[in-house]
Write a protein that binds this ligand. Structure first.
Ligand SMILES: Nc1ncnc2c1ncn2[C@@H]1O[C@H](COP(=O)(O)OP(=O)(O)O)[C@@H](O)[C@H]1O
Ligand SMILES: [Mg+2]
Length: 224
């Protein structure tokens, strides 16, 4: 039997003011795989990721996620808090009782993993959008995250940096045996993943082969 890094069973969630946003939501992501989550605006994708990260508590149902979990937001300016690249990655380690040498080693290793080691002293403001997302991912790697949750990380990027980022995350997942769940609207990104889920009104209505899902959604786009 496959080992799952993310397992969600019959999950329900509602915001205090309204109806169920997630309804009987069930999905599994095998350990070591890169899966994507698709669905129209308001279908509950961001809410599901926050439930997986433990930022929200479900009304009912189970979710199990291998820890530590790293979260990457759509807008890196909401995530990066320190003035320089190296300081930001180190900041994520403050809760771990590490020596200064261990921190330096973890930061350098994580930045090397996303090809940003040479920018360690660069101010965050001087980075491109794609570089900022790689700093956020380096933060998760420095904390030795087993699972990466990425909420539309390419939404603000130009097409070239978009495809660079998705290719890089695929390489990281495969070379470090991580597990990633990536939310997107961009169907060309499906070429990089192992499988995908389609969320509709808080429920997983399709799952599996990314190329089949891509065809299904391209037909929807053409018809609209
Ligand atoms: N903080 C919040 N308070 C109340 N309702 C919210 C909040 N965040 C999102 N919602 C609602 O929950 C539903 C799902 O939103 P969301 O998970 O952001 O969808 P998606 O990421 O798929 O676009 C939407 O109807 C949205 O308006
Ligand atoms: Mg969203």
């Amino acid at each position: 039997m496959a080992e799952f890094a993310i397992q969600v069973r019959d999950l329900y969630f509602s915001w205090s003011n309204g109806a169920d946003v997630l309804k009987s939501c069930t999905l599994e992501v095998p350990q070591g795989e890169f899966w994507m989550l698709l669905g129209t605006n308001g279908s509950g994708k961001s809410t599901l990721l926050k439930l997986l990260a433990g930022l929200l508590t479900p009304t009912s149902g189970d979710r199990q996620v291998l820890a530590p979990v790293g979260f990457v937001f759509q807008n890196p300016d909401h995530q990066l808090v320190m003035p320089t690249v190296g300081a930001d990655v180190a900041f994520g380690l403050v809760e771990e009782k590490l020596s200064p040498t261990q921190v330096r080693h973890r930061v350098a290793e994580a930045l090397a993993a996303v090809n940003l080691l040479e920018l360690q002293r660069r101010p965050i403001y001087a980075l491109s959008g794609g570089q900022k997302q790689r700093v956020a991912i380096a933060g998760a790697i420095a904390r030795q995250s087993e699972v990466l949750l990425l909420d539309e990380p390419t939404a603000l990027l130009d097409p070239d940096s978009q495809l660079d980022l998705v290719a890089q995350v695929r390489r990281l997942v495969k070379s470090r045996n991580l597990t990633a769940l990536w939310v997107t609207h961009r169907l060309d990104e499906l070429d990089y993943c192992d499988g995908a889920f389609l969320l509709e009104k808080g429920c997983v209505v399709d799952r599996g082969d990314p190329q089949r899902l891509k065809q299904r959604l391209m037909q929807v786009e053409l018809a609209s």
